[in-house]
Write a protein that binds this ligand. Structure first.
Ligand SMILES: [Zn+2]
Length: 56
């Protein structure tokens, strides 16, 4: 799922675990067992991230 603003998040559930693995459109990744904690990361993460992705 994508949006015109380019803010794309992806969350995968790691099979056999309770761990959620989230990937931001800027390439940042985060893992959390608590969906609430994951969403807090997603919502708070955009501050300081680089929408164009890592280029170094
Ligand atoms: Zn990001």
């Amino acid at each position: 799922m994508t949006s015109p603003t380019g803010e794309v998040y992806r969350i995968d559930w790691l099979p056999g675990t309770d761990v959620l693995h989230g990937t931001c459109h800027c390439g940042a990744e985060h893992a959390a067992e608590d969906p609430v904690a994951m969403w807090e990361w997603m919502l708070g993460h955009p501050e300081g991230h680089t929408p164009q992705g890592p280029d170094s």
